[in-house]
Design a protein around this ligand. Structure first.
Ligand code: MN
Length: 721
């Protein structure tokens, strides 16, 4: 068990002048208030805050951070109050413990709506002082290390939350060792069968692999020594999660031992040494074209620097090598924590504010976006950046996510440039807007006053910034059109009654009416309401004439309005869709082909003029492109559940009996199979496409999980659209 003295000693090593008095007090206080409490493992509770503090000392954090770590659970789990903490430890520690307590109450694996909103809260909390996030990550890491004591149900939830939220955040802060350990622990919990299978295959080649690593290290070390470079060469097994991801993405089988090994050369000296080493490596083995990446000259947004290259090794195999200096290596492991500097009450990364740029960007978005779902959808992409660097014609570097297009580039320059992006030249040649940029391209955007963002751009842009700007513009256009339509409908009705719309607008009479009909609404809102059938043109005419209208103040109730607009014929109604629109079950309903929602899925409806209501999954990206004015409440009709046909894709090793096992699992869950298509590639991989009649998303998810546990199955996915 880690003792307080170990923490104090280790802290004195990197910070000799440190005042340990605060730490000592925090330790004594924490020991007192947690007295008698136990963790689920049966150990004294105090072990947990001590271990968390220890992790932060490993990252060479300051006394306030380490003291906060010792106290981090006192507000939540003991009778301690914030005032007490402030009195004894000062405002800063009290503030940090309070921030952590707030985050601890946040649940991420709740309904999507809450999850999105909570993610926002967490970003706001940690943006006030990034040390909150550092402590939270250390807290989570210790909890993941001791996960086996938790009940099965909680383990799954915690592991999933770790994978979804904390792994990307650790990655974003550039703390590689922490990202890797969190990911590995979560992966083992979530995919035990895949891990078992991978490990079984990996132990097989153990001896052969060690021999290969030794041989390669021998060759590299010898050549670098001849060139008088002071280096340390290591060969290591890649982590399981990334091996699995590679196999899944490229459809590779794990029979090539070389695929799972990566080499790293760490140079004691200036960064020029990296290029010298690279030259030597490329002289021994032929480099694979287009696999060389220079993150030394162009660091990743999280601060990562290294040279990456792939060469054809001694046995004709592809060999991945990273080259970096000692300093870069420390940066890569400790990330933001390697650049700590404390000013009076404020923490800053030394001189390099770009490390925080992403956090500021996220906060800007959360202010701009009213809809938490949209926010989550946008940040998801930007939390996993794998970047390419391209150039403006003037030689400025622009950092973009992989698979970016000229449209992404244009929006990265300025939103106006994006909105008016009409064409693009890459390296001097005209290219289509959906052209995929590669690192080193020089990109020039041709703008036009007459260009507007187009819906189909959303099919190929990849950056959050482009996506949110395009959606914004499209929604604006949709609103404009609906107002125009409403205006036309109303003008016609008024003309029939011998009135002039223009005159009524000029007199302010329509404005007055709008204000009364739609709380605080304008004439434009009134037009929009008419176009979506929320208010009928006829009733407006009546009101203008001062005639009595039934239901004087409120507009026609939503049910009545929908019934008259989209009532289905008797024949259609009997078919049933299993959906209730604002409590009605006889409204014409279609399902969005893009997301194919299932009973039990979180859903939302949109009024489509003349075509009833279209139902989308709440998670569907299309939802953000539709005018929120058209949104309407829908829910599943739990009394008349209608099964829907959906597809899933199972990819597996091509082994006898697998298909039978999967089909049995599906039938056992009482799901009907409408069809199966099996394809095999030249390797040993088979892909099975199932069409299923499903009446409940919970059952489907349970079956998909069971299928993923069948030995030999690599992945199970729902196919949409
Ligand atoms: Mn804790």
């Amino acid at each position: 068990m880690l003792r307080f003295n170990d923490i104090a000693d280790r802290m004195l090593e990197y910070s000799p002048g440190v005042d340990l008095e605060l730490l000592q007090r925090a330790y004594v206080f924490s020991a007192k208030v947690h007295e008698g409490q136990e963790r689920l493992s049966g150990e004294p509770y105090l072990i947990h805050p001590l271990e968390v503090a220890g992790l932060l000392v490993d990252m060479r954090m300051d006394t306030v951070t380490v003291a906060t770590a010792l106290l981090h659970d006192t507000l939540e789990d003991t009778l301690t109050t914030r005032d007490e903490l402030e009195r004894i430890f000062g405002e800063k520690v009290a503030f940090l413990v309070e921030g952590l307590t707030k985050i601890a109450k946040i649940e991420f694996t709740s309904a999507r709506e809450r999850q999105a909103e909570n993610f926002r809260k967490m970003l706001v909390a940690m943006s006030t002082d990034i040390r909150i996030l550092m402590i939270k990550l250390a807290d989570r890491l210790h909890n993941m290390r001791t996960l086996s004591c938790m009940p099965e149900e909680a383990r799954q939830r915690i592991a999933q939350e770790t994978m979804d939220i904390y792994v990307p955040l650790a990655h974003r802060l550039g703390i590689h060792w922490m990202k890797q350990e969190l990911e590995d622990l979560a992966f083992r919990e979530l995919q035990p069968h895949v891990v078992e299978e991978l490990e079984r295959q990996l132990t097989g080649g153990g001896e052969e692999r060690d021999k290969y690593i030794d041989e390669v290290i021998g060759i590299i070390s010898c050549k670098l020594r001849e060139a008088r470079l002071d280096t340390d060469v290591k060969g290591r097994l890649k982590d399981l999660a990334s091996i699995h991801a590679k196999m899944k993405n490229q459809g590779l089988a794990l029979d090539q031992i070389y695929d799972v090994i990566a080499f790293r050369i760490v140079i004691d000296g200036p960064s020029e040494g990296c290029y010298a080493a690279l030259g030597i490596i490329h002289a021994i083995w032929r480099p694979v074209p287009a696999r060389f990446k220079d993150y030394v000259a162009l660091p990743k947004p999280n601060g990562y620097r290294s040279l990456h290259t792939t060469v054809i090794g001694p046995y004709g195999e592809r060999m991945e090598i990273q080259i970096r200096t000692l300093e870069m290596n420390t940066d890569a492991e400790y990330g933001i924590a390697a650049h700590w500097k404390y000013k009076e009450g404020r923490v800053e990364a030394d001189g390099d504010q770009s490390r925080f740029a992403w956090l500021r960007q996220l906060l800007e978005w959360q202010r701009e976006m009213a809809d938490p779902h949209e926010f989550l959808d946008t940040v998801k992409m930007d939390l996993f950046p794998d970047d390419v660097f391209v150039f403006t014609p003037r030689g400025e570097v622009i950092n973009l996510p992989v698979r970016s297009t000229p449209v992404d580039f244009a929006y990265a320059i300025h939103s106006e440039v994006g909105n008016q992006c009409a064409g693009a030249k890459v390296n001097g040649k005209m290219v289509p807007l959906r052209h995929i940029l590669v690192g080193g391209d020089t990109v020039e955007i041709v703008t036009s006053q007459h260009q507007f963002p187009r819906k189909d751009w959303l099919d190929f842009v990849v950056s959050g910034k482009a996506r949110s700007n395009i959606r914004h513009a499209i929604r604006g256009e949709e609103t404009r059109r609906s107002r125009q339509l409403g205006r036309d409908i109303l003008s016609r009705e008024l003309r029939r009654a011998g009135l002039s719309a223009r005159k009524l607008v000029d007199d302010g009479e329509l404005g007055e009416l709008a204000k009364n009909e739609i709380r605080g609404g304008t004439v434009d809102d009134l037009f929009a309401a008419v176009s979506y059938g929320k208010i009928s043109a006829a009733s407006i005419v009546k009101k203008l004439r001062g005639e009595q209208v039934e239901d004087k103040v409120r507009p026609v109730p939503v049910q009545q309005r929908l019934r008259s607009l989209f009532k289905r014929s008797a024949k259609e109604a009997s078919a049933g869709t299993g959906i209730r629109v604002s409590g009605l079950h006889d409204v014409l309903v279609r399902f969005g082909g893009c997301c194919d929602p299932l009973p039990g899925d979180d859903i939302v409806g949109f009024v489509t003029r003349g075509r009833g209501v279209t139902v989308h999954s709440r998670a569907c990206a299309r939802v953000f492109e539709l005018d929120p004015e058209r949104r309407i409440d829908v829910d599943w009709d739990t009394e008349n559940v209608i099964p829907r046909k959906i597809s899933i894709r199972v990819s597996s090793r091509d082994k006898p009996g697998i298909l039978a096992k999967i089909t049995n699992l599906i039938s056992a869950a009482e799901i009907n199979i409408a069809g199966v298509k099996v394809t095999t590639d030249q390797g040993d991989r088979a892909v099975q496409n199932f069409e299923l009649w499903v009446s409940n998303v919970g059952t489907l998810n349970a079956v998909m999980k069971e299928i993923s546990r069948v030995k030999g199955v690599l992945s199970v996915d729902r196919v949409r659209g």
